[in-house]
Design a protein around this ligand. Structure first.
Ligand code: PMM
Length: 301
């Protein structure tokens, strides 16, 4: 795999990792409402681990295009019981939040990764919090809040501009004390990227360019609209997100083959299979030391 550093505190596998999504929200794009009840969210997270997820990403605020923000207290109320119980059961938990206070709460409860879709731009305290906690940090390319982010999807050269903006964010959080070994980069598929302008495909076809920044890469295209657009029917109607899971698996296979550190997905089982196929293909099957009985290797974390 191309990336140099292994982020601290997370499973270390000789293959692309799989992050399973648990959105504890009433309004997320593809699974809004399904896991809003904490009990159901916990059950779902555990099921995803059984299906082969290495990390569970718990989020309490929808970031779908057009979404309005929730309060900090409401966000904490949503994620807290889910993070606590998954941690208690030994699951590596990621907290998907743009707020340092929510991240702090989750890290205190045992979360091992802060997944900040704003790349530290939404909350000026985030970099300091991450630096102080020492946990792994996903820094995603972002140009603004969901309610108007698509208006900001204006690029002359999307690959060059996203690369440059990510590099600036990297410099900025490192200046604030974040250890580069904590940082995972994410090009932010779907965030201020327009399906009709093929922004997402341009980024995916240039993953190598992002590898040059020297950090592990997270690819999070699961069920996103650019897949639905690609799979439009003869009348030009976009495929609904529920029909995009097979395309997500194809994306996972290619991302794993191109050296992605992790993929973030909703439907874990087929994607967990795909990353294992990609690893077996790459190694010729010589380094496969994990079975599926203990999918996250809880004993060895
Ligand atoms: N996308 C969503 C939520 N969290 N985190 C990262 N790092 N990268 C992403 O692209 C990303 C994310 C929105 O997707 P969802 O609402 O379908 O979960």
């Amino acid at each position: 795999m191309t990336p140099m550093n292994k982020p601290p505190g997370l499973p270390d596998r000789d293959r692309c990792l799989v992050m399973g999504v648990v959105n504890v929200t009433p309004d997320s794009f593809s699974d809004g409402g399904a896991w809003f009840d904490p009990g159901r969210a916990i059950e779902h997270g555990l099921r995803l681990v059984e299906e082969g997820a290495d990390i569970i990403d718990v989020g309490g605020e929808s970031t779908r295009p057009g979404a309005q923000r929730v309060s900090r207290d409401e966000e904490i109320r949503r994620v807290d019981p889910v993070v606590r119980e998954l941690v208690r059961q030994g699951v590596p938990v990621s907290i998907d939040t743009m707020r340092a206070e929510v991240a702090d709460h989750a890290v205190q409860a045992g979360a091992r990764l802060v997944n900040d879709v704003s790349g530290g731009l939404a909350d000026p305290s985030m970099a300091r919090l991450v630096a102080g906690s020492g946990v792994a940090y996903v820094l995603m390319h972002w140009r603004g809040y969901s309610h108007d982010m698509q208006n900001r999807a204006v690029y002359t050269d999307v690959v060059k501009e996203v690369h440059e903006e990510l590099r600036q964010r990297l410099d900025s959080v490192v200046d604030e004390g974040v250890d580069p070994r904590q940082i995972i980069l994410d090009p932010g598929l779907g965030f201020a990227k327009r399906p009709e302008h093929a922004h997402n495909w341009a980024l995916l076809s240039h993953l190598d360019t992002f590898h040059e920044l020297g950090h592990p890469l997270l690819v999070a295209g699961s069920r996103k609209r650019f897949l639905g657009r690609l799979l439009s029917d003869a009348e030009g109607h976009e495929r609904v997100f529920t029909g995009c899971d097979d395309a997500t698996v194809a994306l996972t296979t290619l991302s794993a083959d191109r050296g992605a550190w992790c993929v973030r997905v909703h439907d874990v089982r087929p994607n967990a299979d795909a990353v294992r196929v990609a690893a077996a293909w790459r190694t010729g099957g010589t380094e496969l030391d994990e079975g599926r009985a203990d999918p996250i290797g809880r004993s060895g974390l």
